[in-house]
Ligand binder design. Structure first.
Ligand SMILES: [Fe+2]
Ligand SMILES: [Fe+2]
Length: 310
């Protein structure tokens, strides 16, 4: 499988991204380049290409059934309710590292690539980024925390069904773009019958900013909420990565970019950097957890000085 670095060069408009698949490097505002040296495996833990939702296998059927349920049940009103419920942050008090360990109890049904404990995925992504961006410590920590919201699957956090926690995310309140995986199942979503949600902009104004858009509920939005409400000093790009890393229709297909504002466009460049590591670090090469723990503990103390409310 060819690994595409789906990146615009600085100055290329976001709308043009999907036509820039041959661009191999990105010069970011910080003045450094996305290195092309990340050693990405060509197959996942099951011996298939990454994110191949059409390959014939039992696992793929599980994934399709997952998306059927997700597309039917994630509605505007459901997301609104979830945001209200989880902004209470009344489920637990624990550190980031405690949460990493807790996450080992979780299996993600929507992911066709991953069959290792979650902490391995977190550390594989973080270590791969650390190797290529040694000075961006905030990005290392962002990788470590990006999937912690998956604790939503556990009883203490409401034991939400998989469709309300994992999988690609998409906006509610406007038309479902065709780039959404298994798009056909949106027909059965009650929001599809609401004419106010049926147009490209739906209830939103062009350029309104993603912050004003209701995105399907899951581990992305939950972890964003936890990090923000606990007053993290991580930069805005880190929070953007955490919040939108599953928003594949945007960062892979270039859909919904009309809803972004200038700040989103800047942050999206970092999400593109991050995503490469999120996808391709799911491999059989395991990280020695005890060896790297002190480094990540120091980052946690820097950006999350107190225990967090979840
Ligand atoms: Fe994720
Ligand atoms: Fe991930």
């Amino acid at each position: 499988m060819t690994i595409l670095i789906n990146q615009p060069e600085l100055g290329i408009r976001v709308e043009d991204q999907k036509h820039q698949h041959d661009v191999k490097e990105l010069v970011l505002d910080g003045g450094f380049q996305v290195p092309d040296r990340f050693d990405a495996p060509e197959i996942n833990s099951f011996g298939k290409s990454f994110r191949d939702y059409h390959a014939e296998s039992e696992r793929q059927k599980t994934v399709e059934e997952f998306y059927r349920q997700q597309h039917i049940n994630q509605t505007y009103d459901f997301v609104k309710k979830m945001r209200e419920e989880y902004s209470k942050l009344d489920k637990a008090v624990m550190s980031i590292w405690e949460c990493c360990e807790l996450l080992n109890e979780v299996v993600d049904d929507s992911d066709p690539d991953l069959d290792e404990p979650q902490i391995q995925h977190l550390l594989q992504s973080a270590e791969a980024i650390r190797k290529d961006y040694p000075d961006e410590d905030w990005l290392h920590l962002t990788a470590l925390i990006h999937d912690l919201g998956k604790v939503l699957l556990l009883p203490k956090f409401g034991e939400l069904p998989q469709w309300a926690v994992v999988g690609d995310t998409f906006p509610l309140g406007c038309a479902f773009d065709e780039s959404n995986v298994h798009h056909k199942y949106f027909k059965e979503n009650p929001d599809a019958k609401n004419p106010a949600y049926g147009t490209k902009n739906g209830i939103y104004k062009e350029g309104c900013g993603l912050d004003n858009v209701m995105i399907s509920w899951g581990h992305d939005d939950y972890m964003y909420l936890v990090a923000k409400e606990n007053g993290t000093t991580l930069p805005p790009a880190a929070l953007f990565i955490v919040r939108y890393h599953s928003f594949y229709p945007l960062h892979k297909a270039g859909a919904y970019t009309h809803l972004m504002n200038k700040g989103d466009e800047e942050n999206l460049k970092w999400l593109h950097v991050f995503n490469k590591y999120d996808l391709y670090s799911k491999s059989k090469v395991l990280v020695d957890v005890d060896a790297v723990k002190p480094y990540y503990q120091s980052l946690i103390e820097k950006y999350f000085p107190a225990k967090l409310r979840w």
